[in-house]
Each structure stands twice: as structure tokens, then as C-alpha cells.
Design a binder for this molecule. Structure first.
Ligand code: PLP
Length: 368
């Protein structure tokens, strides 16, 4: 099998797996309990929080563990909806943002969707114009899951703060793949998910800048400083911290490797004389390759590649049942005769040049 759908999920890192094992078997104490048996779990929770905070330039008190990126996004949008009448977001957000925005709109909030360029980058002057006095939050994703385009995050934060509104970013696709410093970039809230950076599924976090007060999203016990109730998933949180630290330490090497895989794929496809568009901006998440083949069907390509043991995606993994042209491909205005032939190949640190070339050759064979 060739797994090239790392934007959908990644393989658990072996060190992360080893780190979580003791907390699944021997060290199963509840971190909230005062007896000595729980001390190891409590310390592991605190160490993981410190490690994660250090990876993103935050303080440990600013990290709130959640169950996934979707939960963090839903929480952020609920904060935005409480902060003002209007939320300004982009036309290419993940449904973990779009659907809570729909829900906020149904409750009387005003949601503004900023268009993007053909490269998938938010139009900053339009963004600035749309911020009214009653805008509570700007929520713009760090990097897009379908085409990999990275947004000008520091500039957006500046615009938000000049207009005195909160700035949230969905960094689910970006964290662990590009360097992020929340304090230097002046981000107020950031969503993250472990399974996108070789951590386990079902765990994530929300970064919340000190001084911003928010209501609990899940109410119950006093965990996570009373902001997110529920017994902590220690094993997964520990594994998330190990995976993130490892990925962050290796960002430069991983980026170099992933770019060489992208180059090998594109070179192979060009040699096959195929008519295709390579979507996204120059500044993209390493390894995320969105291609639109003229007069092809993305769905057909996915299934034909699957028969050869190759896993890729037609767009957003979380929207695989929807075979229509995605809102992202529409928003970047991919011409009609290419749009339906869109696939996403997303390489990870375990892929090889041979695999990238094999995918290219398989595509040539299918399309010819
Ligand atoms: N946001 C983006 C940009 C994503 O790509 C995804 C998942 O694909 C999510 C949010 C949802 O994350 P999770 O799977 O952890 O709920």
C-alpha cells in the first residue's frame, strides 16, 4: 500500500505510541485525584502541557486539551458569537468552522465569508472592510486542508486587533508542519488536532491567549481550569505532546523531504504530458498537492488508484461522501473542465521518492 492521504490523517509516531502505553495499562490513575498513585498521571499532564506550549510559543496556562480539532473550532466559534454580532471568516474554511457558523447565523448572528484569490489566499482589503464595530471575531484557517494554501496570519491578527476584535485560527493542517509562534504572531485562539501531526486520533487542544475570558464549552467537573470538563485522556495527551515536539524539531528536514516528493510527482506527471492544474499558493503546507485533471473524474481516479493500493483523496477527508466539486475548488475558481477532476495527494514524512513516482506513473496510465 502507498498511503498518500496525510492531510486526512497520519500514522501514529512510534515514540508517541511508546509514550502513551504506560498510561493505558499501569498508570491509569485519574489526574484529578489527590492520592500518590495519580501523581504520575498528573505530572504527565502538566509536562505535556508545557511541551505543547513550548512548541507554539505559548504559556502552559494557555493550552486547553480537547477531544479534536472539530471541538476546538466549535468552541472558538461559540466564543466569537458571544463576543459580538458579526463573525468574519473565509469562504474556504473546513466544515468544523462553516457548520458552527451556520448554527450561529440561525441564532441571529451575522456571518461574513471573505473570498479568496485563485491561489486560495484571503483578500485582506476586503477582510478589513467587512469588520464592523460589532464584529466579535475573525476566524481564518492557518492553512487549507484541500489545497494547502497558507494565509497571512500575522497580518490578519494585526487587522483584527486594530479593529478590537478577537482572532482565531484553525491550525489543524498547519501545526507540526510549519513553525508557529502564537505570541509573536499575536493569535488569540488556535485550534489543533493531534492526528494531523502523527499523534493519536481523538485528542486536540485549543490555545487561548491569557486574559481572554471564555465560557466552558463542556460543562461538568473542574478539569482544564474549569473550562473543559471531562476526565483527561492522559495517554493521548502525552502522545500528542511527543508527536508535536518531534515534528516541530524536524520541520526543516521534513519540509525538504516533502518538497522533493512533490517535485518527483510533478516531474513524473509532466513527463507523461498530462493536462492538469496544480492548485494552491506558492506558500503551501509541505506535501499537500491538489491537482485538477482536465476532463477527468476525481472520484474515478481515487477508486482506480485504490485498486492499485494507493490511498489519496478527492478533497476534504471529512467530506468524502460529497462527490460534488468542493466549496474550496469553487472558491478558487478552478475552470469547470478541470474542477471535477480534482484530487489531493498529501505526502507524509514516511513516504518515499519511489512512491511519489509510482503515484505519478499510475495516474498517467489511468488517464491515458
Ligand atoms: N480543521 C481542518 C482544517 C481540518 O483539516 C480538519 C480535519 O480534517 C478539522 C478541522 C477537524 O479536525 P478533527 O478531525 O480533529 O476533528
Amino acid at each position: 500500500m502507498i498511503y498518500a492521504d496525510n492531510a486526512a490523517t497520519t500514522q501514529l509516531d512510534i515514540d508517541a505510541f511508546e509514550a502513551m502505553k504506560p498510561f493505558l495499562l499501569d498508570q491509569y490513575g485519574n489526574a484529578s485525584q489527590p492520592y500518590s498513585f495519580s501523581r504520575t498521571a498528573k505530572k504527565a499532564l502538566s509536562d505535556a502541557r508545557k511541551t505543547i506550549a513550548a512548541c507554539i510559543g505559548a504559556d502552559e496556562a494557555e493550552i486547553i486539551f480537547t477531544s479534536c480539532g472539530t471541538e476546538s473550532d466549535n468552541w472558538a466559534i461559540s466564543v466569537g458569537a458571544s463576543a459580538g454580532k458579526r463573525i468574519v471568516t473565509s469562504a474556504i474554511e473546513h466544515h468544523a468552522i462553516l457548520n458552527p457558523c451556520d448554527a450561529a447565523q440561525a441564532c441571529g448572528k451575522e456571518i461574513i465569508y471573505i473570498p479568496v484569490s485563485n491561489q486560495g489566499v484571503v483578500n485582506l482589503s476586503l477582510l478589513e472592510k467587512e469588520i464592523s464595530d460589532d464584529t466579535g471575531m475573525i476566524s481564518i484557517m492557518y492553512a487549507n486542508n484541500e489545497i494547502g494554501s497558507i494565509q497571512p496570519i500575522s497580518e490578519i491578527a494585526k487587522i483584527a486587533h486594530a479593529k478590537k476584535c478577537l482572532f482565531h485560527t484553525d491550525a489543524v493542517q498547519a501545526l507540526g508542519h510549519v513553525p508557529i509562534d502564537v505570541h509573536a504572531m499575536d493569535i488569540d485562539m488556535l485550534s489543533a488536532s493531534a492526528h494531523k501531526f502523527n499523534g493519536p486520533k481523538g485528542v486536540g487542544f485549543l490555545y487561548l491567549k491569557k486574559g481572554i475570558s471564555i465560557c466552558p464549552f463542556i460543562k461538568g467537573g473542574g478539569q482544564e481550569s474549569g473550562l473543559r470538563a471531562g476526565t483527561e485522556n492522559i495517554a493521548s495527551i502525552v502522545a500528542m505532546s511527543v508527536a508535536l515536539e518531534k515534528n516541530c524539531k524536524n520541520i526543516n528536514a521534513n519540509t525538504k523531504k516533502l518538497q522533493s516528493l512533490e517535485d518527483a510527482l510533478i516531474k513524473t506527471l509532466k513527463a507523461g504530458d498530462l493536462d492538469f492544474l496544480h492548485n494552491g499558493s506558492d506558500l503551501r503546507i509541505p506535501g499537500n498537492v491538489s491537482l485538477s485533471f482536465r476532463k477527468a473524474e476525481g472520484e474515478m481516479l481515487l477508486h482506480r488508484l485504490d485498486l492499485q493500493g494507493i490511498c489519496i483523496s478527492t478533497g476534504s477527508a471529512c467530506d468524502s461522501k460529497n462527490t460534488q466539486v468542493s466549496h474550496v475548488i469553487r472558491a478558487i475558481k478552478v475552470p469547470e473542465e478541470y474542477a471535477k477532476g480534482t484530487i489531493r495527494i498529501s505526502f507524509g514524512k514516511n513516504n518515499t521518492i519511489e512512491e511519489a513516482e509510482k503515484i505519478g506513473k499510475s495516474l498517467i496510465k489511468i488517464l491515458k
